[in-house]
Write a protein of this length. Structure first.
Length: 146
């Protein structure tokens, strides 16, 4: 089990992540002799109210990904239709990690219904259910065990 402890950011529980194509898509690209797109550095924010994890559209479209389906997101304004995408998600070698650590090899994410300035990805409850999240308010840090 790996663990990272991250200081609070001014906007909340934020951390950098790497977004890439799924392992299946990488294997397809290699088999056809096509290049594998470089992972995208994204600014993520933990949002336990998000389900599923949500991503800003420039990220999956930057890989040339097409939607894998349609879904609905709940927002304060009500339920809205959104496109769904499949991506891999990892933590870069920071916060004591020696190498990139994969959080999900094949994760279905929804397109953010409304862009959030400075945020590329909302780590949702679907991912939080696979780890332990400890928020230390007085210490101004949060810890993820995964």
């Amino acid at each position: 089990m790996a663990q990272i402890t991250v200081p609070f950011a001014p906007g909340g529980l934020r951390l950098p992540v790497l977004v890439s194509t799924t392992q299946t898509e990488m294997a397809r690209l290699v088999a056809t002799g096509l290049p594998i797109p470089r992972p995208f550095w994204a600014q993520a924010e933990i949002d336990t109210g998000a389900y599923p994890t949500a991503i800003a559209l420039p990220v999956p479209t930057g890989f040339g990904l097409s939607p894998s389906g349609q879904g609905r997101n709940r927002t304060a304004a009500g339920s809205v239709p959104v496109d769904l995408y499949r991506v891999s998600l990892g933590l870069p070698p920071m916060f004591g990690l020696a190498t990139t650590t994969v959080l999900a090899h094949d994760l279905e994410v929804s397109a953010l219904a409304h862009p959030i300035p400075g945020t590329d990805l909302l780590i949702g409850f679907d991912l939080i259910l696979n780890c332990r999240l400890l928020i230390d308010g007085p210490g101004r840090t949060f810890t993820l065990d995964f």
